[in-house]
Design a protein around this ligand. Structure first.
Ligand SMILES: N[C@@H](CCC(=O)N[C@@H](CS)C(=O)NCC(=O)O)C(=O)O
Length: 375
């Protein structure tokens, strides 16, 4: 215990940690005390079966409400951005719509709740949101002590840094090169922990400024209040595309990210029926993408589909009804929102993020996007 404490103290002494406009890091919040939903054995048919949709699942609650409360960032470029008219765009927003299409049959039935990083897990624990689609990294602590469960990774990310070329940084700069720098990031994130650890390991002394929102981070960075900004690489790419002033040139480094940041849906732990509904919405989007099924051709495809595609369409051998969804739940997801590739390309290509050659390519193309079989 003592040596752990000393090590922790050493990190704080060697790195000036200054929290500006911080909220609490809700990763330290106590886990929600959610009772595991009761599972009862269904009347025996030929083989013993477990009742798939247990009483007390959030699935029933969302269906009765008719609207999905979906936690997003609201200011994460290309992931979830609240527009002037109140609508929310981005790949995370589309995953909210996809779950709404699957669960209540209407992609428009989403109440978007904008949350800062430090607010997000409490919002799940208090029931303010049913699911987070908020560039949230799957980590061991969040999956255990924080009381969350995680769905399939929808975007494989990694943390990088961004600095001004005029300060001597380039694409081949490393963490060791940031010695003496002021580094800005968001509180309540994996980001602040990763950079503190990486700087310590690289022997770089930094002053870490933590902000509640990303807008504050970039305002400060642009004004010269910090030398470096650091977060998920996708966010740096998005902010550079949108906000780099004409008189500044920003560069992202190192080429190999300093961390793994698998981003995906996050919800309260121990609710299997709800987890299945969210997870299989994403899986259906991935599988349909593998077969080249899109919102444009799904109706025609489903009319004549066989085997796995037919099952996902709601035809022969479909498995959605037993999950507490309508048979055509995933047909609606593809028709109203699109396949994985469609939502990726639509939202992320415009800021310069492409699947090809990245971890977010399908497994058949050398990437990590992969789904278990729908059977
Ligand atoms: N993936 C990391 C970082 C997530 C995060 O909050 N990132 C910031 C920077 S991209 C953000 O989303 N800001 C948007 C906002 O201010 O709403 C995590 O799960 O902790």
């Amino acid at each position: 215990m003592k040596s752990k404490f000393l090590k922790f103290l050493a990190i704080f002494l060697s790195i000036g940690v200054v929290a500006a406009a911080c909220g609490s890091d809700s990763e330290d919040a106590a886990p929600a005390t959610t009772a595991a939903p009761a599972t009862t054995a269904a009347a025996a048919t030929t083989t013993a079966q477990v009742e798939v949709v247990a009483d007390g699942s959030l699935l029933d609650v969302v269906q009765a409400r008719g609207t999905l409360n979906c936690g997003v960032s609201g200011s994460a470029v290309a992931f979830s951005e609240t527009q002037a008219d109140g609508s929310v765009t981005g790949i995370d927003a589309d995953f909210c719509r996809a779950v709404a299409a699957a669960v209540v049959g209407d992609a428009g039935a989403v109440n978007f709740v904008a949350l800062t990083a430090s607010e997000r897990f409490t919002a799940v624990q208090t029931g303010d949101v049913d699911v987070l689609m908020r560039n949230t990294t799957w980590t061991q602590s969040r999956d255990s002590s924080v009381g969350m469960d995680f769905g399939p990774t929808t975007y494989y990310d990694g943390q990088q840094l961004m600095a001004r070329v005029s300060d001597g940084f380039s694409g081949s700069s490393s963490v060791a090169d940031i010695d003496g720098s002021i580094v800005c990031t968001n509180v309540g994130t994996t980001t602040e922990k990763n950079i503190a650890e990486a700087a310590l390991l690289a022997g770089a002394e930094i002053t870490l400024l933590g902000f509640e929102t990303s807008d504050e981070v970039y305002e400060t960075f642009i004004a010269g209040g910090c030398d470096i900004t650091t977060t998920d690489g996708s966010a740096l790419v998005g902010r550079k595309a949108k906000q780099q002033p004409a008189d500044q040139e920003w560069v992202i480094f190192p080429a190999t990210p300093i961390s793994k940041e698998p981003l995906g849906p996050t919800y309260g732990q121990n609710d299997s029926a709800w987890a299945d509904a969210v997870n299989w919405t994403v899986y259906a989007m991935i599988i349909m993408d593998e077969y080249g099924v899109t919102s444009a051709n799904v109706d025609a495809t489903c009319a004549t589909a066989e085997a796995e595609v037919a099952r996902l369409c709601g035809g022969d051998g479909e498995l959605q009804t037993a999950m507490g969804l309508s048979a055509d739940a995933f047909h609606q997801v593809i028709r109203q929102v699109g396949s994985y590739g469609e939502v990726y390309d639509r939202n992320l290509n415009p800021v310069g993020l492409y699947r090809e050659g990245s971890a977010n390519a399908g497994w058949l193309d050398g990437g990590l996007i992969y789904s278990p079989p729908a059977r």
